[in-house]
Design a protein around this ligand. Sequence first.
Ligand code: GAL
Length: 370
Amino acid sequence: MKLRKLAVAMTAVMAFGAISVPAAAEETQVIGISMPTQSLERWNRDGEYLKEQFENAGYTVELKYSDNDSSQQVSDIQNLLADNVDILIIAAVDGEALNTVMDEAAESEIPVIAYDRLIMNDATSYYVSFDNYTVGQLQGEFIVETLDLENAGDATYNMEITAGDPADNNAGYFYNGAMDVLNPYIEAGTLVVVSGQTDFDSVATDQWDTQTALERAQNILSSYYADGTQLDVWLCSNDSTALGVAQGITSDYAGDNTVIITGQDGDVANLANIVDGIQTMTVYKNVSNESIVTLALAEAMLNGETIDEAFTESLSVEAAFDTESYETSDGVKCPSILLVPSVITADNIEELVDTGLYEMGEDGYLTAVE
Ligand code: GAL
């Protein structure tokens, strides 16, 4: 493991015993952080929290954002490697597109933490994320419970689906988690996907882009719902896509405004939509906790400590140590620390204020605490 060294001249002086240098000045470990984009709210929060956590613990932080461009991310990471970082923390734009630079990290013996999104390369040392499959399950179960599908009898409900970015390894987990819950009701005819667009490739949204989700929603609404067909549910994998879908429903759907819309992240615009009854739920991920876990893991790695279930249980944040669920290549399991997501609706939105990360204005809307 590399440590940033004092100037060679200083070392030479020390070698002759001429002066002594205080230990703290000898080495500052450097943490290289590569985040995917600032265009989605959560990654701004992740970057800020990570930077703050590591700096407060005495590390130097280099933080880069790649504008959702994987070649930009490759060069960002190359620059971090050139700067001799001691550890890399990467939330990949495209989990399949980092092989060259991951090999370079391995050659330089720089350990890599895949942050939130898995990197499909065996040089990934550990994965820190939320339980991605559970995120989808929570969305699916919310729909089942809200519509009371178990007791639906002959009633049918119309649904559409918007999933995430195919380049993001998480997107499939969210989709599968939700669809595994909902498929039995689709097969039974209780849930009807009127557009017929159900497979992942048809419902995916490049880069989780709001505008892309909006345009697809408008197309579906004008093609399948303009005749007055009732829309009951729109399963959205996250908040940026839910924002687009909600806009599409406002602009292009003439029916009553009771469509159930799911989401994920707790972005401020979506929390406002939840307060206003436009979005129904979001799966909240406390990314401040994700940064706390990442700091603890990075410190343990840098100190050569054992990282296992006992380590995970010792964390101040609830998380599971999972050595089975995630593979960086066929058969190569990636040890993972998975945090627990939760459901936020209009009824429990104040729980977010209790985290200390949000405050509620007199107007009832939440803003992030600076
Ligand atoms: C996922 C992440 C989600 C969401 C999405 C859009 O990888 O787990 O929380 O933010 O990306 O950026």
